[in-house]
Design a protein around this ligand. Structure first.
Ligand code: FAD
Ligand code: MLT
Ligand code: ZN
Length: 496
């Protein structure tokens, strides 16, 4: 039984037996095993359910076994055994991934890293944090914030309360401040990973500079669990900025957003730490779901577009003066129709909630088709308009129950030219999917964009890798996969 008629179970993989499970119990202890193989029951199914279903409730697997190793040695022993017995494995972190990569497709074993959640060291002078892969992102940041010399984790995203560092690296998550702190390919200094053979790849380097041959850690960053399991991470963390200031802007058109971004870079330069885009539709959804009044509702709102601008610096007075002057200048020049500045940290959090809350609000509507794309900035929002027109032309959008589409919205990390196009439906519907795909991917390819800017490919985008990577590159990826995972047990059926 599967929801994916186009994917067949690979019968090279063994089916789990009570002997396999007995081995894992012996290796890890009873508390580290959720076992639906030897003792199936409704209660065990309930325990397995969260590991089988993704955050969007779009993808559902059928695992009967979850393993929770506590050490790298245990991960190594588990994987070596799986490799030898041809048992397929899905590494799972916080299970907040948005492309169906973190859940099994059939009966793959789930390897949960959640018990490997220790902070191992932090050097307040270099800012290097070393931690196990199962540490929750928010816990890492809270730890750094409370250090004697406060630091900040160089990645922040809406799922921070659940996602894990290993999952962040495996998806190469981008998030809200990539504009300021750069990608994980720049901030991760080293990692430890376990290959399916059981080989521990100890590349837990803590140096900023290390030009000694191929930098193999980069293969695991963004590999989505297809090469091995990440078990430890060393990452360079900046000093926590003493001051953070936030402004929310209302704008009449996308072109005005582009001009505002250009002005923000010019006027705020080194203190600019986020520049995010939200369209009117996305804000209407947050309003509808939370029941809150939009902060710019009174100033001629609703506006067609909104931008959230954040600064991070070392001098609160200087920064707020600069942000205030920026707001005044974009209001005076007519780039921005209305704007507000957060007066304190609570207000800043409230303004951020209008951006960070979009994903959750969309989730309340039914099924969401999510497209996370990179397109040169000039064309970026045109994709939302083109999609809206196509959905309307197909007669799929409207108020009544007979129309499957409820909204086509756009938001995202404008500072990184990364748009999130989301089509909210009453329920997942093949007719809608047929109208959206491959249309969206073709549109992106024509503009030399990327079909996945930050969420990865997983199962959702697996068929479409060719729209962003040529045959030579996919061929090389397959060779690397064959070298690291010759039996193909790591996260099978996904993009590679
Ligand atoms: P999971 O979902 O558990 O796994 C993701 C992938 O990594 C899977 O393929 C899995 O097999 C693999 N994996 C997990 N752990 C390991 C490991 N230790 N070793 C090897 N492979 C592993 N993403 C962004 O880039 N930017 C955002 O702004 C952003 N915001 C989000 C907001 C919300 C509300 C939600 C729900 C998701 C968001 N995401 C965002 C998507 C998601 O990619 C990130 O939340 C996060 O990086 C996933 O981490 P995780 O621990 O939940 O990984
Ligand atoms: C975001 O930027 O909010 C995340 O990537 C999640 C999403 O795309 O909804
Ligand atoms: Zn995002």
């Amino acid at each position: 039984s599967t929801k994916y008629p186009e994917i067949q179970r690979d019968e090279r993989f063994a089916r789990l037996t009570p002997e396999h499970v007995a081995h894992f119990r012996h290796l890890l202890g009873d508390n580290a095993v959720i076992d639906g193989v030897t003792s199936p029951s409704a209660a065990i199914d309930d325990d397995l359910a969260p590991f089988n279903s993704d955050w969007m409730r779009k993808y559902r697997g059928h695992t009967q076994l979850v393993l929770k190793p506590a050490t790298t040695t245990e991960v190594s022993q588990v994987l070596a055994y799986c490799n030898e017995h041809l048992l397929a494995v899905v590494p799972q972190g916080g299970n907040t991934g948005l492309v169906g990569g973190s859940v099994p497709v059939f009966d793959e074993i789930v390897l949960s890293l959640s018990r490997m959640n220790a902070i191992l060291s932090f050097d307040p002078v270099s800012g290097v944090l070393v931690a196990e892969a199962g540490v929750i992102l928010e816990a890492a940041d809270t730890y750094l914030a409370s250090a004697a010399s406060p630091h900040i984790f160089p990645l922040d995203l809406g799922a921070k309360g659940s996602c894990q560092l290993g999952g962040n690296l495996s998806t190469n998550a981008g998030g809200l401040r990539l504009l300021r702190y750069g990608s994980l390919h720049g901030t991760v200094l080293g990692l430890e990973a376990v290959l399916p053979s059981g080989l521990v790849v100890d590349d837990l380097c803590t140096l900023r500079k290390n030009n000694t041959g191929y930098d193999l850690k980069h293969l695991f960053i963004g590999a989505e669990g297809t090469l091995g399991a990440i078990t430890k991470v060393a990452i360079h963390c900046p000093r926590r900025p003493a001051a953070q200031n936030v402004a929310l802007l209302g704008l009449p058109s996308y072109e005005h957003c582009r001009r505002a971004f250009s002005e923000a870079k010019a006027q705020l330069s080194e203190i600019l730490s986020a520049f995010e885009l939200m369209d009117a539709g996305s804000q209407a959804l947050v309003t509808q779901v939370t029941g809150n009044t939009h902060p710019l509702a009174d100033g001629g709102g609703p506006h067609p577009f909104y931008c959230l601008v954040e600064t991070s610096g070392s001098n609160a007075e200087h920064d707020s003066e600069k942000l205030g002057a920026f707001l005044e200048s974009v209001l005076d020049s007519g780039i921005v129709a209305d704007g507000t500045l957060a007066a304190d940290e609570t207000q800043a959090r409230t303004l951020w909630a209008w951006r960070e809350g979009i994903t959750e609000a969309l989730g309340h509507l039914g099924g969401v088709y999510k497209y996370d794309v990179s397109i040169p900035l000039a064309d970026m929002y045109a994709l939302v308009e083109a999609t809206r027109a196509r959905v309307a032309e197909a007669g799929l959008i409207g108020e009544g129950d007979e129309f499957p589409v409820r909204a086509v919205v756009g938001y995202g990390h404008m500072g990184d030219a990364n748009l999130h196009l989301n089509v909210a439906t009453r329920r997942f519907d093949e007719r809608v999917e047929g109208v959206l795909e491959p249309f969206v991917y073709e549109w992106i390819q024509e503009r030399q964009g990327s079909i996945s800017a930050e969420h990865g490919l997983g199962l959702a985008k697996k068929k479409y890798i060719g729209y962003s990577r040529n045959e030579t590159m996919v061929g090389l990826m397959k060779q690397i996969k064959g070298l690291y995972d010759p039996n193909g047990i790591m996260n099978p059926y996904k993009y590679i």
